[in-house]
Design a protein around this ligand. Structure first.
Ligand code: ADP
Ligand code: ZN
Length: 435
């Protein structure tokens, strides 16, 4: 039996899980109240004392923390223990504004790597595997997190980091990598490069990929699975809650199991803060119940998703979260309509285009404009030189049907849109320049 498939936790009954969470939460709230002045002040303002928290059912009594609090308290205001007990710092990738930093004790790193190890095992990883980690190493959590998890499972670990794509493929072939971990946009790029090198999935030994750190669609999953000849598994996490491995996908590939023994999830209405029942869509909130360095309680992730307690075919009972299709702050409001970039991605891939696209939003004469630039595949390019404008119209119509607003579509030559080796930047909102 795999050490990192832990049925006593991963398949625990709801009652046992709540008991475990409650014990940890009660101790954690007390520790945070004693050690973190910033949060103690928030609790005092709300009139909540540690004694008021007797089980996870009392979670809703605690105040929220938001990214603004993290920036306010930067750099050390939310430290949960003496700095001398911390052994590492990571930082968010700064996708949305100023970076925040998180601290880890030795124990925090250990638990985090356990979570990543569970993810690798759920994707079929064993000590027989050769795991190529092509997430960036450094302040970003991706590389180190999966690296630690891979070693815990006993996989032979290749700390490639991201970039140098042809070399990634060379190593993959020479060393017979069986698992790859990177962002989905980088996986798509590796697939594209493989083809350009005149190779097919039969020339490599990969069987699984563990992809996360950014939103990606089901269509993108199919695309990657085909181009690399693998099963593609989703993994979710955020620096504030430790890093990748907060939640991971199993063989069912229908949402990610949350490591609830460490992270207690809630879904709230982002406008009112009201807790919503399991199954309703809203903002995901996490409470770290055993982190020491950076013990965030009720942290608002701004990720919009749905939780589910439905029985999973893999046997795990850990609650599942649906793929978050973007953060509330990734949502574009164009001519009053809410648009997530992932909706556009779905249409593009369904219509047979490449996942290389760019969305540009601007405001001209007080009207919002939406321009979608999409690369043609090399085959489409030669086929369609004449028919480009007809194709653009067709695609604009398909996007209009999805969004309810009409974009201008521009089909561009292959290789004209920058590829991503980490988190892809898909949107340029020029309206911000005018504000
Ligand atoms: P930043 O906030 O600077 O991007 P992180 O690198 O910590 O910092 O990124 C965490 C965020 O990345 C999450 O809050 C979420 O929005 C996104 N994310 C991570 N994994 C996934 C995933 N599997 N699917 C969709 N979004 C994801
Ligand atoms: Zn499952």
């Amino acid at each position: 039996m795999q050490k990192y498939f832990q049925p006593e936790i991963e398949c625990a009954s709801l009652e046992d899980m709540k008991k475990l969470q409650s014990e940890k939460l009660v101790a954690q709230v007390k520790r945070v109240y004693d050690n973190v002045e910033y949060y103690r002040n928030l609790m005092d303002e709300k009139g909540v004392k540690p004694e008021d928290i007797k089980s996870v059912d009392d979670l809703h009594k605690l105040p929220f923390l938001s990214k603004a609090d993290l920036r306010d308290a930067y750099p050390y205001g939310l430290l949960g223990t003496d700095l001398r007990n911390c052994v590492r710092i990571h930082s968010t990738s700064g996708t949305t504004g100023k970076r925040v930093v998180a601290y880890y004790t030795k124990n925090d790193i250990d638990l985090w790597e356990d979570c990543c190890a569970r993810a690798i095992v759920a994707a079929g990883g064993t000590e027989e595997d050769i795991c190529q980690v092509a997430y960036g190493y450094g302040l970003f959590t991706g590389g180190f997190g999966l690296n630690g998890g891979s070693q815990k499972v006993g996989c032979l670990t290749l700390p490639m980091s991201s970039g140098n794509t042809e070399r990634q493929i060379e190593f993959m072939r020479d060393l017979h990598s069986t698992i790859i971990c990177c962002t989905p946009s980088y996986a798509a790029y590796i697939g594209e490069t493989l083809k350009e090198m005149g190779l097919t999935p039969d020339d490599i030994d990969l069987k699984a990929g563990i992809f996360g750190a950014e939103p990606w669609t089901e269509e993108m999953r199919h695309d990657i699975e085909k181009s690399l000849g693998i099963k593609a598994y989703d993994i979710y996490g955020l620096t504030e809650s430790t890093g990748p491995g907060v939640a991971f996908e199993c063989s069912a590939q229908t949402g990610m199991h949350i490591n609830e023994d460490h992270f207690v999830p809630e879904i709230i209405n982002p406008d009112t803060g009201e807790v919503l029942p399991v199954g309703e869509k809203g903002e995901l909130v996490f409470t770290n119940i055993d982190k020491e360095g950076f013990p965030l309680l009720r942290y608002r992730t701004r990720d919009i998703c749905v939780l589910s307690r439905e029985k999973c075919s893999c046997g795990r009972t850990l609650i599942k979260m649906a793929k978050p299709m973007g953060r509330s702050d990734d949502m574009l409001i164009i001519r009053g309509v809410n648009v997530f970039p992932s909706q556009i991605e779905t249409v593009l891939l369904n219509e047979g285009y490449s996942p290389n696209y760019m969305i540009e939003v601007d405001r001209k004469n007080n009207v919002d404009t939406l321009d979608v630039f999409v690369e043609l595949n090399p085959e489409q390019f030669t086929d369609t030189v004449k028919g480009v404008s007809a194709k653009e119209k067709e695609l604009a119509l398909a996007i209009t049907q999805m969004l309810g607003i009409r974009p201008s579509v521009h089909l561009v030559a292959p290789k004209t849109i920058a590829r991503s080796e980490g988190k892809a930047v898909r949107v340029v909102d020029k309206r911000k320049l005018h504000d």
